[in-house]
Design a protein around this ligand. Structure first.
Ligand code: MN
Ligand code: MN
Length: 321
């Protein structure tokens, strides 16, 4: 190794079923100043409206991430050669207080952001993306590439509740954290409460690619458009695992049939290489609904895929070599 960046524990030295499970078998590093990319768990699902369980996502994704090896087999990128990546632990949460949780989560990511580390997080339900963006996008709004079966731009749920995993992107846009004209949602589908449900999203300029359009045009064309939409500006990647067909990811709170496959998700993420990515998350992995562990494996693998396009972006921005 030409640098002394943190490296994953090798399965050639300690078998991959051994030792304490951390994200990608990286060392735990609690000091954000020592990281360029922080892998973070957000064990919280207090914004869930249907079946909870995503609070258990980070631990199971850590476990399954021990299957990730150092080098991406297609791009041959090893993120750990490009920058300092470590397991930064879990954010504090309050399992019985939504607003206190949002504050705690934001504080954790704000500390990271001030230290200059980019976050790649494991949820948690999708509301966790809001405090992450509050921490990293206050001074400069981001573009967003959002994979999901749902638009998550509802105004309120159940008697006027403004903060649920169905509302994070509406709140983030209202708070000026996202440039809506630099946002694209891919994979949206499923029955809706009313015909005009996407009117607000459309009116602020979010590009919604419903799953029917995705299958008609294919990954290459859709991601080519996504790249045009986000352009050269800072861009965040948010991957709700329910964007996948539940055949591939049954362990999630709000499954919708008819989604894209894991192979298609991998192809789309790889095509994000070269964008100015500033962070990402994989959310809504709810292990209790998938005792096989496959959804956690899917989540961990998607984190690795995102890491392999995020690390080159971080290295470019920081002029690391
Ligand atoms: Mn979502
Ligand atoms: Mn969803």
């Amino acid at each position: 190794m030409s640098n002394n960046y943190p490296q994953p524990l090798s399965g050639m030295v300690v078998p991959r079923f051994g030792e304490v499970a951390t994200f990608m078998r990286l060392p735990i590093e609690r000091d954000p100043a020592r990281l360029d990319i922080a892998l973070v768990g957000v064990p919280w699902d207090g914004g869930t409206t249907f079946r909870p369980g995503a609070r258990h996502g980070p631990r199971e994704m850590r476990n399954m991430s021990t299957l990730m090896r150092r080098v991406h087999h297609a791009s041959l990128v090893s993120p750990y050669e490009l920058c300092r990546v470590g397991d930064h632990g879990d954010t504090p949460v309050n399992p019985i207080d939504l607003h206190d949780s949002l504050k705690r989560i934001e504080g954790f990511f704000a500390r990271l952001h001030q230290a200059g580390a980019a976050p790649l997080s494991a949820g948690g339900d999708h509301l966790v993306t809001l405090p992450i963006l509050r921490a990293i996008a206050r001074e400069r709004p981001v573009g967003v590439i959002h994979f999901d079966a749902h638009s998550d731009t509802s105004d309120a749920y159940f008697d006027g509740q403004k903060y649920t995993h169905g509302t994070p992107f509406r709140r983030a846009i209202e708070e000026g954290l996202i440039e809506p004209r630099r946002m694209i949602q891919i994979g949206v589908r499923g029955s809706i409460y009313e015909r005009g449900e996407k009117d607000w999203a459309n009116s602020v300029g979010i590009r919604i690619v419903h799953i029917e359009e995705y299958f008609r045009r294919g990954a290459e064309a859709v991601i080519a458009e996504a790249r045009e939409i986000v352009g050269g500006g800072p861009t965040y990647v948010s991957f709700d695992v329910d964007g996948l067909d539940p055949v591939y990811a049954p362990g999630t709170g709000t499954p919708e049939i008819g989604g894209f496959s894991t192979a298609e998700a991998q192809r789309m993420i790889r095509l994000l290489d070269g964008l100015d990515l500033v962070g990402g998350d994989v959310v809504e992995v709810a292990p209790p609904f998938d005792p096989s562990g496959n959804t956690a494996l899917v989540g961990a693998t998607l984190m690795f895929e995102i890491l392999c396009v995020l690390a080159p972006a971080v290295a470019r921005r920081k002029n690391l070599s």
